[in-house]
Ligand binder design. Structure first.
Ligand code: SF4
Ligand code: SF4
Ligand code: SF4
Length: 435
């Protein structure tokens, strides 16, 4: 049965949808599994048709954009009512994005600036027709409704969107054989679980010929879930409830398991709020391979995912620098702060060390260093790696500790022309306690 999906567009630029459409043929394996019931940006379904649907009858709702108007506010609530899972799609929806910078001013000032004062305003009048009333401030989507998945990026990378959708729909072509791998394991009598090693054989489908356990390496689940679990699953389940002290080898296996077994593409770029597997089941969503997993398998996968959420240090790739090919500790040193348009940086040395404000060290990974690869500093669109702190100070402390910078903290910060627009360009609206 095809899975019902809806796309909502709030106040935004449509770039996230463009990123999705950029998949072109990459969409083909996914589309047959979808029944797109609402997608005004592309297929002009009428709003009333969304309203008329039964509550909770749509499995996945993508929300793109920020809440700027009263209409946005109502649409967000409508989506929550109709969809089992809500994905905040793009940084506007996750954090308010660039539009959130307007929260520094009253709405009256913003309206005056936009319609009367800005150089491109031709007739200097404030429109009264076909414009929905504005909210006083941009509010984050998750301040209005519960969000299940955050997919940041301005826009999120195409591959990230596709792999996330594939994961959510459970469309990986798992064989889902009846029996678990343990039945085929050559070392059953000296089981790795008994030796305290995380081995996912009890819940993984039989059928592989590699048989990692023959080399006493644990099964990491690449054949996906089995229809039934082996009796050792209970032991595995107990081990996953106490993951705080697992060995570094087990940590690595755990990542591999989540990637191979659940097809979670990139933990750092795809936040699951709450236990997504349980939510799929609880909300009576249509049948998907994930929803069909045996209860013990769901429980084990759920506790692994919540453990990773609560222990972000497990995320091997954590910030943009981790995916950047440039040298930190290069032959260059920041002696003054340069604006992006000044000079032409070389392609080898870290941009900070060449004098530019690059937000890489304090920005969540996920994009693969898109901007840096085209010689442009990261401006932070995937969101911060730490919240609830003074972002300017955090940036300065971070770079003074780990990069060639010959400025004091005060000198560095004093030379940044627009601190809020630099350090919270994409996230100001999600700053707690107001601007
Ligand atoms: S996140 Fe970026 S690309 Fe997506 S709608 Fe917002 S501004 Fe546009
Ligand atoms: S600060 Fe920017 S240029 Fe330097 S390593 Fe990090 S991402 Fe790369
Ligand atoms: S390098 Fe920074 S600004 Fe550019 S896409 Fe990645 S996170 Fe966004």
């Amino acid at each position: 049965m095809a899975v019902k999906v809806a796309f909502m567009q709030l106040s935004d630029c449509w770039g996230c949808h463009q990123s999705l459409l950029n998949a072109h043929l990459g969409l083909l394996p996914v589309l047959p599994a979808l029944e797109i019931v609402y997608w005004p940006a592309v297929v002009d379904f009428k709003h009333d048709s969304l309203k008329a649907r039964e509550d909770g009858s749509i499995l996945v709702g993508f929300i793109e954009g920020a809440i700027r108007t009263k209409e946005d506010y109502e649409n967000v609530k409508l989506m929550r009512q109709k969809c089992a899972l809500i994905i905040a799609f793009g940084s506007c929806s996750c954090y308010g994005n660039v539009a959130g910078l307007a929260n520094q001013w009253d709405i009256e000032e913003c309206i005056k600036r936009k319609f009367m004062e800005v150089e491109s305003a031709t007739d200097q009048t404030i429109p009264t027709q076909h414009v929905p009333p504005f909210q006083d401030k941009i509010v984050n989507v998750d301040e209005v409704i519960n969000v299940d998945v955050y997919m940041a990026g301005c826009p999120p990378k195409t591959e990230q969107i596709i792999s996330s959708v594939v994961f959510l729909l459970g469309q990986k072509p798992f064989p889902m054989n009846d029996l678990a791998f343990c039945n085929d394991c050559a070392i059953k009598d000296s089981c790795l679980l008994d030796a305290g090693t995380l081995c996912f054989g009890p819940i993984t489908s039989i059928g592989c010929s590699l048989k990692c356990t023959s080399d006493r390496k644990p099964c990491v689940g690449c054949f996906g879930p089995a229809k039934t679990v082996d009796s050792r699953a209970e032991k595995l389940n107990n081990m996953t409830k106490n993951l705080g002290s697992i060995s570094s080898g087990d940590k690595k296996n755990l990542y591999e398991f989540l990637t191979l077994f659940l097809n979670i593409p990139l933990m750092a770029g795809f936040d699951l709020a709450g236990d997504i597997l349980k939510q799929i089941k609880k909300r009576g969503a249509p049948e998907t391979p994930l929803a069909n997993m045996p209860p013990t398998t769901t429980e084990i996968s759920g506790s692994l995912m919540s453990f990773l959420r609560d222990n972000p240090e497990f995320t091997e790739i954590s910030n943009v620098c981790d995916t950047c090919p440039r040298i930190i500790g290069s032959k260059s040193t920041m002696t003054r702060v340069k604006r992006d348009y000044e000079g032409l940086p070389n392609m080898d040395d870290c941009l900070i060390e060449q004098g530019y404000i690059c937000m890489g060290p304090v920005t969540r990974a996920g994009c693969g260093g898109l901007c840096i690869k085209v010689n442009t500093p990261c401006s932070g669109c995937y969101g911060q790696t730490e919240w609830g702190v003074n972002q300017a100070e955090r940036f300065a402390d971070t770079v003074l500790k780990g990069f060639n910078v010959s400025l004091s903290k005060q000198e560095l910060l004093a030379q940044v022309k627009d601190p809020i627009g630099t350090f919270e360009k994409f996230t100001l609206a999600s700053r707690k306690g107001g601007v």
